[in-house]
Design a protein around this ligand. Structure first.
Ligand SMILES: Cc1cc2nc3c(=O)[nH]c(=O)nc-3n(C[C@H](O)[C@H](O)[C@H](O)COP(=O)(O)OP(=O)(O)OC[C@H]3O[C@@H](n4cnc5c(N)ncnc54)[C@H](O)[C@@H]3O)c2cc1C
Ligand SMILES: *[C@@H]1O[C@H](CO)[C@@H](O)[C@H](O)[C@H]1NC(C)=O
Length: 499
């Protein structure tokens, strides 16, 4: 029997029969590996479209991780589109209205911009000047929370969706067709025993350390630093309901509340940092000697208490540009396919927006049968390019901002200072960058524009802040600063142009 006639038979079966297919024969239209941020949302969205879905997850226990705790407004909007917004309720989530950037002790508030309207390609962007602030119009909001609580809410939604079967199983291998290498499903360990699950489409969403990615692409994620996480209790933050970015001599520190009493601190520590070497007292030494003095005074007591109390935990900060997958029957999504530095908290926003776009481009109307691998691949090429309006912005911004915020040479430090002074100008100089970061403005050109505006402003300050005598020298040096700005951003722009 051909794939198609098999499928037609399946289509005329009732939902109960589809459920039997899943639970007895382990057959569905889609098998998803990983009930994380992306896998759960996608399973629910596909189930809502009437697809029969098997979702495999190695552990259904509430995860305890230091990732995925701040959801940008652009992610909240996508969750809403997916009908999953109530997953942000009953988890003691905290509203986020924007950022507080603290540069050598000086603060600048960066609220999410007025006007939650999505700016689509080609449309003129409305001006969001300071004069409009303080009016009653609703501003977009983000949310921060305990990752594990949010994941459990998402998983609950998947379990409740009648077209989805969630199975606690660890995927171990892919099932390949004998003659054309098409992927037919997944081999997994369930309760210690080996089992198989089959689908017209297999989706890999097993996260940052994807076991399966390695079989389909040769390049590895690039890592320059790790985030070390601490949980502060009853910390006194300078600006409640805002994410805090602390900049100074070292790499950036993030602080944001994740519950009524809990605040997450993420400390970026570049690989091979001397002040975190064993001789200098390791990570604990670095936290005590370098990080604590750089923090706002009000935060220090809770931070110091956490150093002494907590088990130190870390996660690699990876960069992995997106690629299209060419294997029939298979799709990689989420962190398995694309990662950027978590400095800007963009990963979940990318994941939820990808689910929205995916279910549009591969809806039952567009792609009636996932077995039609040619059509699926065609739609996935469209997916690859169309997602860039949002994701290339988030990816490039995260990497470029990290380079500036972790400045370790004179030129980067000039750019870092220029960036902070640019934010201080307010108006468009704040609304643009934070609109991009929040997943609200989806136009790569706006990023390009602000990045080079920062570079030129940095050069202006660099030259004019010098004494009259040193100015000519600085003018020459400014070429280096401009060159550095190009070196910071162009590799990431090019990485977005790959197929
Ligand atoms: C330090 C750090 C902080 C971050 N902070 C933020 C933030 O504040 N905001 C934000 O938006 N993003 C943040 N991110 C990024 C965000 O966490 C990810 O982009 C997001 O979780 C990706 O979702 P995913 O579904 O691809 O992967 P995950 O959410 O990691 O889910 C993968 C799932 O697959 C399961 N799995 C793995 N292997 C198997 C297997 N073999 N069989 C079955 N199941 C398997 C795992 O158990 C897990 O449940 C951060 C990342 C890091 C590193
Ligand atoms: C489940 O799928 C069927 C089609 O097989 C669809 O008619 C139904 O609406 C779906 N159920 C839900 C709750 O989304």
């Amino acid at each position: 029997m051909s794939h198609e006639s098999q499928y037609t038979l399946k289509r005329i079966t009732t939902d109960d029969q589809a459920k039997n297919e899943r639970e007895i024969h382990h057959e569905a239209e889609v098998v998803i590996i990983g009930a994380g941020i992306l896998g759960c949302a996608l399973a629910v969205a596909l189930g809502d479209q009437g697809r029969s879905v098997i979702l495999l997850e190695k552990s259904l226990k509430e995860p305890d991780r230091i990732v995925g705790e701040l959801l940008q407004p652009g992610g909240v909007q996508a969750l809403e589109k997916l009908g999953l917004r109530d997953c942000l309720e009953e988890i003691d989530a905290i509203k986020v209205y924007g950022y507080d950037v603290i540069y050598y002790g000086e603060e600048v508030r960066i609220p999410y911009p007025e006007n939650a309207r999505e700016v689509e390609d080609g449309e003129a962007e409305e001006s969001n000047t300071d004069e409009m602030r303080g009016t009653k119009r609703k501003r977009p909001e983000g949310r921060s929370f305990h990752h594990g609580r949010f994941i459990q809410r998402l998983r609950q939604k998947a379990i409740q969706q009648p077209n989805v079967s969630v199975v606690e199983a660890t995927a171990t291998d892919l099932v390949r067709s004998g003659y054309d290498d098409q992927i037919l499903g997944v081999q997994a360990t369930v309760n210690g025993e080996s089992d198989s699950f089959f689908g017209g489409l297999t989706i890999i969403a097993d996260g940052y350390n994807s076991k399966f990615r390695k079989e389909f692409r040769i390049d590895e994620p690039v890592r320059r630093s790790k985030f070390w996480g601490l949980e502060l209790i009853d910390a006194d933050l300078p600006m409640p309901c805002h994410g805090h970015v602390v900049l100074g001599e070292g790499a950036p520190v993030l602080l944001y509340q994740i519950g009524t009493h809990e605040t997450r601190a993420l400390v970026d520590i570049p690989d091979n940092l001397p002040s975190a070497s064993v001789a200098a007292g390791g990570v604990k030494g670095h936290l005590k000697n370098v990080v604590v003095p750089s923090l706002p005074e009000s935060v220090r007591p809770a931070f110091e208490a956490a150093i002494d109390r907590d088990r130190l935990r870390s996660m690699p900060n990876s960069f992995l540009p997106p690629t299209t997958n060419k294997t029939p029957g298979l799709i990689l999504l989420g962190d398995a396919m694309n990662m950027r530095h978590p400095l800007t908290g963009g990963g979940m926003t990318v994941a939820f927006n990808d689910v929205v776009l995916f279910t549009e481009l591969l809806s039952p109307k567009e792609v009636p049968l996932f077995e039609n691998t040619t059509l699926v691949r065609k739609q996935m090429r469209t997916f690859h390019w169309r997602r860039k309006g949002l994701t290339s912005v988030i990816n490039i911004l995260a990497q470029a901002l990290y380079s500036l915020f972790a400045a370790d040479d004179a030129q980067l430090k000039a750019l870092q200072m220029g960036c902070f002074e640019y934010f201080k100008l307010g108006g468009q100089c704040v609304d643009g960058p934070v609109g991009l970061l929040g997943g609200i403005i989806r136009r790569p050109f706006v990023l390009f524009y602000h990045f080079f505006a920062v570079a030129l402003y940095a050069i202006w300050i660099y030259i004019t802040s010098a004494s009259l005598l040193a100015m000519p020298l600085r003018a020459v040096g400014s070429v280096g600063v401009f060159w550095k700005a190009c070196v910071v951003i162009f590799p990431y722009i090019f990485s977005e142009l790959r197929t």
